[in-house]
Design a protein around this ligand. Structure first.
Ligand SMILES: *[C@@H]1O[C@H](CO)[C@@H](O)[C@H](O)[C@H]1NC(C)=O
Ligand SMILES: *[C@@H]1O[C@H](CO)[C@@H](O)[C@H](O)[C@H]1NC(C)=O
Ligand SMILES: *[C@@H]1O[C@H](CO)[C@@H](O)[C@H](O)[C@H]1NC(C)=O
Ligand SMILES: *[C@@H]1O[C@H](CO)[C@@H](O)[C@H](O)[C@H]1NC(C)=O
Length: 191
């Protein structure tokens, strides 16, 4: 009986090992009352690129302050024109959800950097965004954006002159619980 249980345990351990998810990213330090998501960027399907990088997204609870991101590009790339967060939905043509680079604020029109940017080394593009910015491309409700993030629907796409459809990309992983802290509103106690 005991032996059977041990065998069973061994099988369960093997099975979970085989199904192990990819290692969670190194989560950046989460600012006060925020959800944190990371997208690791590498060459888009069927593309080659000397560029890579990551995007750290800090979705700050709307009553606390604006949200922001660090877009870090490494290696080298030629002719970077723009970067967006997209919704992975092929039948809808993977629509833009938020502008990132060169501008966050771009009502319904993708803004191309002119002239395009060529870099080698490390590039750090950091910007703030708020409900107005996400509202340009979809629901302006930050919670809706957060839900899309938690469902794994959002990815980052960096466009170049050579690859206008995207040269490096990465799907977001959102740190547990992928939600803002909520609390009962006791008067006089900030939460
Ligand atoms: C990549 O190329 C393969 C083979 O040509 C093709 O079947 C596949 O659809 C391509 N994937 C994308 C995302 O373009
Ligand atoms: C994808 O887009 C189509 C067309 O706009 C829409 O009907 C569908 O609901 C979308 N799927 C998801 C999962 O949002
Ligand atoms: C990028 O810049 C932001 C803002 O200056 C900073 O907080 C962040 O640590 C930088 N990240 C890297 C990898 O340099
Ligand atoms: C977002 O920030 C811009 C300034 O960058 C401001 O004009 C706008 O009112 C803000 N929107 C919200 C919903 O706070």
């Amino acid at each position: 009986m005991e032996r059977k249980a041990l065998l069973l345990l061994a099988c369960v351990l093997l099975a979970t090992g085989a199904l192990a998810k990819p290692k969670a990213p190194q989560w950046p330090e989460a600012p006060f009352k925020s959800a944190v998501a990371v997208a690791k960027l590498s060459a888009a399907p069927n593309k080659t690129s000397s560029g890579k990088g990551y995007l750290n997204l800090f979705l700050v609870r709307p009553d606390v302050g604006p949200s922001y991101f660090n877009l870090i590009l490494e290696g080298s790339m030629k002719g970077v024109t723009m970067a967006h967060i997209h919704v992975a939905n092929a039948s809808a043509n993977n629509p833009i959800r938020l502008g990132l680079f060169p501008k966050v604020t771009a009502p319904k029109i993708p803004v191309l950097l002119n002239p395009p940017l060529t870099y080698k080394g490390t590039l750090n593009f950091t910007a703030y965004f708020n409900a107005t910015d996400i509202g340009y491309w979809g629901s302006a409700e930050p919670l809706d954006f957060l839900m899309q993030l938690s469902r794994g629907e959002l990815y980052v796409n960096v466009h170049t002159v050579a690859n206008p459809g995207g040269e490096v990309q990465g799907r977001f992983a959102c740190k547990d619980q992928c939600m803002w802290p909520v609390c009962s509103a006791v008067p006089g106690y900030p939460c």
